[in-house]
Design a protein around this ligand. Structure first.
Ligand SMILES: Cc1cc2nc3c(=O)[nH]c(=O)nc-3n(C[C@H](O)[C@H](O)[C@H](O)COP(=O)(O)OP(=O)(O)OC[C@H]3O[C@@H](n4cnc5c(N)ncnc54)[C@H](O)[C@@H]3O)c2cc1C
Length: 379
């Protein structure tokens, strides 16, 4: 068994790393503070054909796998988590169109999505449908060859700069659950923005609450089989972008801490020379490696067509907690200055905290993991 990346994977990772260092890191602090959308970053990513990294080449994508996606997202997240989440969610919407959409939908949407000229956002969660999406209240009723949608969506990341929201709505009775939810591509212009929250982190890309009142959507915008939208999500694989974002923040926190503790002096020595600090930095590195290995394992299994339920849950729990723990420790080891915006570690902590909740709270993933472990035991 080998743990090395291929030459092509290394080349992709290095190219995105260089991009992050030159195009994202110099402005990350300002983008966060000013709550400014990083459009120039997305333009550049599109120019380099990275916005469609996992989409097939026939649609203008790069046809890469999930390992490559995880590598790219880690690098982007080292620079600014919001950039990584926007791309990750966009590619998640594109994956649904690619895998479950009609030939016509693929032709219409995927080339534009690959180039980021059409940007997708995810409208799954609602006020009372957080961890349990089956509680959603948004409905879609058929009227001839159209659907009429009513309801709201909450936490639609990148809504303000997206073109379409992949919107989940109930199309069947409760007794048919979970086969009573369908997915529709609804233009963002058809929604009304209700609340744009002030959040702890992820400041440069907003995740508002939006409403739909009597919005008519043609049948041609129903993606996948009627009633199967929610169930189909269980098959999606681009979700590996969430743990990959965790790996990125955990690594950024480690790198900043190594640099800072190696230059800061107290008691006539670098603070990196204190044994307690060295052990802590060693543990931070261990968390990064564990998180990355678990994330790449989950991605690799998905690329090879194996069931990765157990592996994905482990990666999500481990990598997102690693991000929180490393960011927290980085702040501690930066002392008082780490508590200011003069360094990035306070942003890492604010951004990291989102990841143990977004993509489903870690408690839910612990349930899934435990179920898989017991199932395996019973086999
Ligand atoms: C900034 C941001 C961006 C987001 N972006 C998107 C997006 O683009 N699209 C989208 O559809 N959604 C998005 N979400 C929504 C996100 O997926 C939900 O917040 C998440 O699924 C949890 O739902 P909730 O917030 O309602 O928490 P709740 O379901 O109310 O849970 C609250 C807490 O209860 C605990 N809990 C929940 N379930 C269990 C359990 N089974 N066992 C033990 N404890 C449990 C956990 O600690 C959990 O954090 C985003 C959220 C945020 C904050």
């Amino acid at each position: 068994m080998r743990f090395d990346l291929t030459e092509d994977q290394r080349a992709l990772r290095d190219a995105v790393r260089e991009f992050t260092e030159t195009e994202i890191e110099p402005q990350a602090r300002d983008l966060d503070r000013e709550e400014e959308y990083p459009s120039d970053v997305f333009d550049e990513l599109s120019e380099r054909r990275l916005t469609g990294v996992t989409l097939p080449e026939e649609y203008g994508g790069r046809g890469e796998g999930l390992v490559e996606l995880a590598l790219m997202i880690e690098e982007l997240s080292v620079g600014l988590m919001s950039v990584a989440s926007t791309i990750g969610l966009h590619l998640g919407v594109a994956e649904v169109v690619e895998r479950f959409g009609t030939g016509r939908q693929r032709e219409e949407f995927l080339p534009e999505m690959a180039s980021f000229d059409t940007v997708g956002a995810l409208g799954l969660s609602e006020a009372d449908a957080g961890s349990n999406k089956l509680e959603m209240e948004t409905t879609a009723e058929r009227d001839g060859d159209e659907w009429v949608l009513d309801g709201h969506k909450q936490w639609v990341t990148n809504f303000l700069d997206a073109d379409y929201v992949l919107t989940y709505a109930k199309t069947g009775p409760e007794e048919d659950a979970p086969h009573n939810i369908s997915a529709f591509l609804v233009p963002t212009a058809d929604f009304e923005v209700e609340t744009v929250w002030e959040t702890l982190g992820a400041n440069s890309v907003k995740s508002p609450r939006v409403t739909l009142s009597n919005v008519r959507v043609p049948d041609a915008r129903l993606v996948g089989e009627e009633g199967e939208g929610y169930v189909q999500r269980g098959d999606l694989q681009t979700g590996v972008n969430v743990p990959a974002r965790g790996v990125g923040i955990a690594r950024a926190a480690l790198e900043d801490t190594v640099a800072y503790t190696s230059s800061r002096e107290q008691y006539d020595q670098h603070i990196s020379d204190f044994q307690g600090v060295r052990w802590e930095v060693g543990e931070m590195a261990e968390r990064v490696d564990t998180a990355r290995l678990l994330t790449l394992r989950a991605a690799d299994r998905a690329d090879r067509g194996y069931d990765g339920t157990r592996e994905f849950s482990m990666a999500k729990i481990s990598a997102t907690q690693a991000a929180v723990d490393n960011a927290n420790e980085a702040m501690q080891l930066h002392g008082g200055i780490g508590y200011t915006t003069e360094h990035d570690v306070e942003r890492y902590l604010r951004d990291a905290k989102l990841l143990t909740v977004a993509g489903g709270p870690n408690e839910g993933h612990k349930n899934t993991l435990a179920e898989a472990v017991f199932e395996q035991h019973d086999d």
